[in-house]
Design a protein around this ligand. Structure first.
Ligand code: SF4
Ligand code: SF4
Ligand code: SF4
Length: 252
């Protein structure tokens, strides 16, 4: 029986999530035995488009990428977004807020007009996406869960509860009690409370849960003397796309 064909594609990003895939050393050999990888720029030279699953890393940030995205969609039975850049636009969305022209000048100086750019959008705003693997970078276990689910024809189990749940299970002292702000109250779990467990704040790199308890979140902020405007910059770091007013153009 023919093995399922999978492909990996990258757009605007640091390619750190593909490195996470390559870092699944222990499981990678099993995966490689079960699938045929038909495109993966970081690892092989092949360039085939027909496949069962296409993993897309990175954000949409220039019109000339639209055609390649449509080609991926047309060739793949399932499309999976890989990492925050693809699922929310990630840090790239800061460009939208800072102003496209200003950002281009900062990065490219007087050569800014040489380069093409457009407001950043997550991949599902451009083409239909069947599943998302969240995080910056993605947790390896979630990538493996999605690959196994897809190979076995079942729906992947992606957590839809806040990071606080995992943080409490790890018996961490809440950062609010140390005088810090943390977005774990509305951020999607699945990283095993990575950042708070090592003393860092959660910036919600895995996006927001589908039904955040906004009132409870506001109550926590109020209790600790914070207001929504004070935390918006940190919110925008990974989730600014949720504020973008202009409706996206979608093409299947
Ligand atoms: S989500 Fe983070 S690690 Fe992954 S490609 Fe984007 S910036 Fe890199
Ligand atoms: S440190 Fe953050 S993730 Fe942990 S319990 Fe407090 S708010 Fe939640
Ligand atoms: S704790 Fe928050 S910022 Fe850190 S990896 Fe998890 S979701 Fe991302």
């Amino acid at each position: 029986m023919a093995k399922p064909r999978i492909s990996f594609h990258d757009f605007t990003c640091c390619e750190g999530c593909q490195l996470q895939v390559l870092a699944c050393e222990d499981e990678l050999l099993d995966i490689l035995g079960a699938v045929d990888i038909v495109q993966f720029r970081e690892a092989i030279d092949n360039r085939e488009w027909e496949c069962e699953v296409a993993f897309i890393e990175g954000a949409f940030s220039r019109e000339s990428d639209r055609e390649r995205l449509q080609k991926i969609r047309a060739g793949a039975k399932l499309v999976v977004s890989l990492g925050a850049c693809a699922t929310t636009g990630g840090l790239n969305v800061l460009k939208n807020y800072r102003g496209i022209e200003k950002s281009m000048k900062t990065v490219y100086g007087d050569k800014a007009s040489w380069y093409e750019t457009s407001p950043v959008q997550p991949i599902h705003e451009i083409i239909k996406v069947d599943a998302m693997i969240h995080g910056c970078p993605i947790p390896k276990q979630e990538f493996l869960e999605v690959v196994k689910s897809v190979l076995n024809g079942r729906k992947p189990q992606i957590p839809d509860f806040p990071v606080c749940v995992e943080c409490k299970l790890r018996e961490n002292v809440c950062l609010y009690h140390k005088g810090q702000y943390c977005m774990g109250i509305v951020a999607r779990a699945g990283c095993n409370a990575w950042c708070p467990s090592y003393g860092g704040r959660c910036y919600a790199c895995r996006g927001l849960i589908s039904d955040p308890n906004n009132q409870a979140a506001k109550d926590v902020l109020t209790e600790f003397g914070l207001t929504l405007p004070q935390v918006m910059d940190e919110f925008r770091l990974f989730n600014g796309v949720f504020e973008v007013a202009e409706p996206p153009k979608k093409t299947d």
